[in-house]
Design a protein around this ligand. Structure first.
Ligand code: ME8
Length: 481
């Protein structure tokens, strides 16, 4: 295994919306890009089931908790399959392999002397699955979830997070790309520099959750359980050998991943992940998507209407990675018609239609089907652009590099008026260059738009050095606006 990437494990109290789909598609594109470079990739996603939200949602649905989580886990798994997500593992935190790993890591943290019993008094927000400060409340409510926090006073186990402030800061100094984008890393560092407080790591008398080893009246705090999923997927030894290279997460859960998780791993004597990449948040027409507003955009509905690849393209291209972005149906249509129907789709259709009538065997001046200099320069620049941008998590810019090549091809067809070239050899040479460019575009597109990439690749075949073209149906039929 060469590369290990993860998504958050999502709560099962709801179905996936485009925000969840976005993080998952980003991780999928990175995983596929790595694989295309010949690396062996582990790509895990899954669901976080041991949350109080699960209990509440099951109650509301009038279902037994286990039956409810089984049903929801399937919904999430199916959604990712429908969106072309090529995860190699799907983890549920109710699985035995996970319980074992959580117990093992809890035991290691305990053995390191980093757990102690204490009394916690505070305000617990179920939406956050975390304690929040009184000073953060607005009119007595959590400003994000608009619910009143639970007043908690109970005995529980504490994790000595405060002990890790210096160690974390030193680690950050030594790993200057531990969190991307850089502005988010600065926020994390500033937070840690303010000083860290110990955190409550268990809850008293909870009916649902992983029991604290040797203290069944306490359930392990859901985040202390959920973060461990990344180790569960590899097993302790596997993680020691090669921990996650990238945890792709949203900015809302960055502190858990960049502060608490590394501290837990340090305490447990395990290696730290390579990088935490945090995406921004997607709004629906400028409004935050939330369960209470019921305005979560359904990615499966969009995929059914525009196609999976169009949805993947929209999310990866429209939103600058790391920054917040906005979804509207109008923006989706504009991108679809301009970049896909008129852009890539039209270019592919033109080239394939012109080339369909030709045979490329033995075109003078061509060396073994290698494109002329002009084309090979454009192809090389596109590949360099994609690789450079992907390495820096600039997925939208990587797509832009591919679209530069599409624009070049379009201009070439128009300026050379390829269809009017009378000289057979010259016309074929131009078309061969265009076909090879289109093939290179298809191959560069594979991590982002796997289906489209396959369709274009399948349109071009070779038989004893002769290229044959079989035109597919329109890749992106125009949508009337
Ligand atoms: O936090 N825009 O699960 P969760 C972009 N179980 N991304 C969004 C988004 C939006 N509007 N809404 C959600 C949890 N996301 C925990 C994680 S991991 C050990 C435990 C994405 O179901 C984003 O990646 O609330 C965010 O971090 C994640 O979904 C939260 O999913």
């Amino acid at each position: 295994m060469d590369f290990y990437i993860t998504t958050p494990i999502y709560y099962v109290n709801d179905r996936p919306h485009i925000g969840h789909a976005y993080t998952t598609i980003v991780a999928d594109a990175i995983a596929r890009w790595r694989e295309a470079q010949g690396e062996q990739v582990i790509f895990s996603t899954g669901v976080d089931e041991n949350s109080q939200k699960t209990v509440d949602a099951a109650k509301k649905a009038n279902e037994e908790i286990r039956a409810y989580t089984d049903r929801m886990a399937e919904i999430w798994q199916e959604a990712w399959a429908k969106l072309g997500i090529a995860n190699t593992d799907f983890i549920r935190t109710t699985e035995e392999r996970h319980l074992e790993t959580v117990r093992e890591i809890w035991g290691r943290i305990d053995a390191a002397g980093d757990l102690y019993r204490g009394t916690y008094e505070g305000l617990y927000c179920k939406g956050h699955e975390a304690f929040i400060k009184e000073s953060d409340l607005v009119d007595g409510l959590c400003p994000e979830h608009r619910t009143a926090p639970e007043v908690v006073k109970e005995q529980n186990y504490f994790f000595k997070l405060s002990e890790y402030q210096e160690k974390l800061l030193r680690f950050y100094d030594e790993h200057d790309e531990f969190v991307v984008p850089a502005n988010r890393f600065r926020e994390v560092r500033a937070f840690v520099e303010q000083g860290l407080e110990d955190i409550s790591f268990s809850r008293e008398g909870k009916e649902w959750g992983i029991p604290v080893p040797n203290d069944p009246h306490q359930a392990i705090y859901v985040w202390a359980d959920a973060l461990v999923n990344y180790v569960t997927v590899r097993g302790i030894e596997g993680w020691e050998e090669h921990p996650a290279d990238v945890h792709a997460v949203g900015k809302d859960i960055l502190r858990f991943h960049a502060v608490i998780w590394p501290a837990m791993l340090m305490s447990a004597g395990l290696p730290l992940p390579g990088q935490i990449a945090a995406n921004g948040f997607i709004t629906n027409g400028g409004v935050k998507m939330s369960k209470s507003l019921g305005n979560g955009v359904d990615p499966l509905d969009l995929a059914a209407r525009y196609g999976v690849d169009a949805l993947r393209y929209f999310l990866l291209r429209e939103i600058q990675y790391g920054e917040d972005g906005d979804y509207t149906e109008e923006k989706m249509r504009v991108r679809y018609n301009a970049d896909l129907a008129n852009g890539l789709g039209n270019f592919a259709a033109r080239v394939l239609a012109l080339a369909e009538r030709e045979s490329f065997d033995g075109v003078p001046g061509m060396k073994d089907g290698v494109p002329g200099e002009e084309f090979s320069g454009v192809i090389a620049a596109m590949r360099r652009g994609v690789d450079g941008k992907m390495a820096a998590f600039r997925l939208g810019d990587a797509l832009a590099a591919i679209w530069d090549a599409v624009s070049f091809g379009d201009r070439y067809v128009n300026e050379k008026k390829v269809w009017e070239i009378k000289d057979d050899a010259a016309r074929r040479e131009a078309l061969l260059g265009l076909v090879l460019l289109l093939e290179a575009i298809a191959s560069a597109l594979a991590p982002f738009m796997p289906e489209t990439s396959r369709k274009i690749a399948a349109a071009v075949s070779r038989e004893r050095g002769v290229i044959h073209i079989k035109r597919p149906d329109a890749l992106f039929p125009r949508i009337s606006s």
